[in-house]
Design a protein around this ligand. Sequence first.
Ligand code: NAD
Length: 493
Amino acid sequence: MHDVRESRYHVGDQPMLIAGDWTIAAEGEWIDVESPRDKSVIGRIPRGRTEDVERAVAAARRAHPAWRDLRPRVRGDLFRRIADALEPEQERIAQLLSLENGNALRTQSRGEMQFVVDCFRYFSGLASEAKGESIPLNASVLDYSRREPLGIVGAIIPWNAPLMLAALKIAPALVTGNTLVLKVAEDAPFAVLAVARICQQFLPAGVLNVISGYGTEAGEALTSHPDITKLSFTGSTTVGRRVMEKGSERIVPVSLELGGKSPQIVFPDADEDWVIDGTIAGMRFFRQGQSCTAGSRLFLHESVYESFLGKLVDKLATLRVGDPLDESSDMGAIVNRKQFERVCDFVSDGMGQPGVQVPLGGLPPTEGPLSHGYYLQPTVFAGVNNDWRIASEEIFGPVLCAIPWKDEQEVVRMANDSAYGLAGFVWTHDLGAGLRTAHALEAGWVQVNQGGGQVLGQSYGGFKQSGIGREFSLEGMLDSYTQRKHVSVSLER
Ligand code: NAD
C-alpha cells in the first residue's frame, strides 16, 4: 500500500470495505483512477459489481440489530473519537483529495477535510436527539412515538466534494442506528476510503461498508437491492431520477441532492469590490465551478452592468490556475476528461451565440504547462440571454453567464425560470429589496450579501428538480434517517 506522503503522486491499489475487511472485487477487476493535474494514473479501485454489493448489504444487515440496539450516546461517542483520530491525518487526506479530483489544496481540499472532522463532531452530539413525543389524550391512555432507524441505507456520492458528502451520509445515518453501504465515485474514491479506514478502527464490522465501481454496475446493484430500506443520493438530476425510479419499485424512501443553475442578483447599489469577491466565491470559481450551488447566472442591473463586469473580469484574471497541490494555485483542474470535454463543448456553444461577448477565458490552451492536465481558465460570457443553453443547463465548470436586468419583478422571473432550485445569492444594501428577493426566489437556500458554503445546522436541500429532502441539520438527520412509530397503550388494564 502506498502512502501519499511517501509517494506523493501514486496511491496504488485501494480495496473496498466490506464486513470490516479490505477486499478486492469478486471478479478481480480494477478501475484505473487518473489525476486531472497531469492525466497520470495514480492508482486503482476494485470494480465492484452485483456480487460485491450483495456481500456489502448482507454485512450491513447482519450488523444492524446490534448497532441499532446500542445506546445512542455510545454511537455518538464513537464519532467523537473518530473525529479525534482524523485530526492528525487531515493534511494527508486533503492532499489525496487534491490529487484525485483536482481541487486546489489551499483554497478547497483542506477546508473540505476540516468539514469532515466538524461534521463527525456535530452529529456525535446529536445522537441522543432522535426523541419521540407523547400526545395528550386522556388520563387512561398513553400514546407516544419513537424514532427508529430505517435499517440498511444505500448511499451514493459524486466526485466534486466527496469527503464532505461522504461525511454527511455516514455520520447522520450511523448515529441514528442505521447501517450503511456507501458507493464512492469512481473518479474520486481515495480520500473517502482513507477516512473509512479510520472509521473502521472504531466501528463494529459491517456497520459501515464502502464499495467502489461504476454507477451502472455497483450503483444500479445498490439501488435495486431488496434489502436496502433507504436510498440517499447526491449527484446529477439525471441519475437522481433513475435512483427515484428504483426506489419507487419497492416504496423505499429516497433523499436526493441534485444539480443546480443558481442565480446571483446584483442590485444597482452593489457595484462594489466586496460584492465582486462575493460573486466570485458564490460562483465557486475556486473549485472550478464544480459545485451544485454555483451561482452561475449573474444578473447585473443594467445601470452597473459595464462597471461591475469590468471589475469582475480584472479580479478573475488575477486568479492563478495550476497544479492543485501547489500552494500558490487558487484554482485547480477539472476532474476528468469527460467533464473537461463537456465544459469545452458548452464554451464552444456559448461562443457561437449571436451577439455574445467573451471578456475573459474561452477554450483552454493546447500547449504549455496547463495543457498537460484538465485546466480551464475562468470564463465569463456577457450579453447572455437567459434562454441560451449556457444559461439554462448546468455546466459544472468555471463558466459564468452575465445577464442584464431592469426591474425587480423581471429579474425574479428570469431567476426562477429554471428547472432547478438549489441556491441563490442577492447583493444589495437595501434590506427590503434583499429580503423581498430572497423570499421570491424558488430555491432551497438563498444568501444575501454573502457567498459562502453550507454550514452545519442549516437544513440544506433543493426545490424543484434540485432534490428532495434536507441534509446538514438535526431535522435533516431525523427526517432522512429515522421513521416514527406510535405506541398506544391503554392504562385501564
Ligand atoms: P453523477 O450523477 O453522474 O454520479 C454521481 C454518482 O452516481 C457516482 O457515484 C456514480 O457512479 C453514480 N451513478 C451513476 N449512474 C448511476 C446509476 N444508474 N445508478 C446508481 N448510481 C449511479 O454525478 P457526477 O457527475 O458525479 O456529479 C456531479 C453532479 O452532482 C452535478 O449535477 C452536481 O450538481 C451534483 N451535486 C449535487 C449536490 C447537492 O448537494 N445538491 C452536491 C454535489 C454534487
